[in-house]
Write a new protein. Structure first.
Length: 190
């Protein structure tokens, strides 16, 4: 089941058989139902997750409203960066949007692997860089683009999510109201 993950990691840096075996024994595979919270505001994020199948989202609460900050599809790794790396309480939630199969590795185990296998440090750095680039792209999108441009970007970049994610979450991710998103979609269809 971890074959796809190892293929992804090997594209960043080749994995020796020893590293692949150690990683394989370090990840726990879990089946998670739809709408399961993996992390709550105030908890410490102890796990790095990988979506093997399914879908998850990250969000935070502002003025009693859920604000989506990330959608996580198959093969992607995720955690609450602030909480995971700083070992502090999270200010966000992580929830599955579909029944999901996840692989997870505990923070302490990952740190031990980083110490033992320098190539994993390189892989971790590249994955972290990619995460922050993606985060910066979203911030730029929210700051510099019109509502319609944001939707078109999302539609082009994440076409499968339009079928899998409720529109209210997509609207939140794009910094729009559901009504505005519906108007934009209707305008583009006509």
């Amino acid at each position: 089941m971890l074959k796809t993950l190892f293929s992804y990691l090997s594209n960043i840096h080749p994995l020796t058989d020893e590293v692949a075996e150690k990683l394989s024994s370090s990840f726990e595979i879990i089946n998670v139902p739809k709408r399961q919270l993996l992390l709550k505001d105030g908890d410490v994020c102890n796990y790095l997750y990988v979506v093997l199948s399914g879908l998850a989202r990250m969000y935070y609460i502002k003025d009693d409203e859920e604000i989506c900050s990330l959608f996580i599809e198959e093969k992607y790794l995720f955690h609450s960066p602030h909480s995971f790396y700083k070992r502090k309480r999270a200010y966000e939630y992580i929830e599955t949007l579909e029944p999901s199969v996840l692989a997870r590795i505990h923070y302490d185990t990952l740190q031990e692997l980083y110490k033992s296998y320098p190539e994993l440090n390189f892989i971790g750095r590249v994955i972290t860089e990619n995460y922050f680039v993606k985060s910066e792209e979203r911030l730029y999108l929210l700051r510099k683009h019109t509502a319609e441009e944001r939707y078109l970007y999302f539609r082009e970049r994440y076409p499968t999510l339009l079928q899998r994610v409720p529109l209210k979450y997509i609207a939140s991710y794009l910094g729009l109201t559901l009504e505005t998103l519906s108007r934009i979609r209707n305008k583009i269809r006509s």
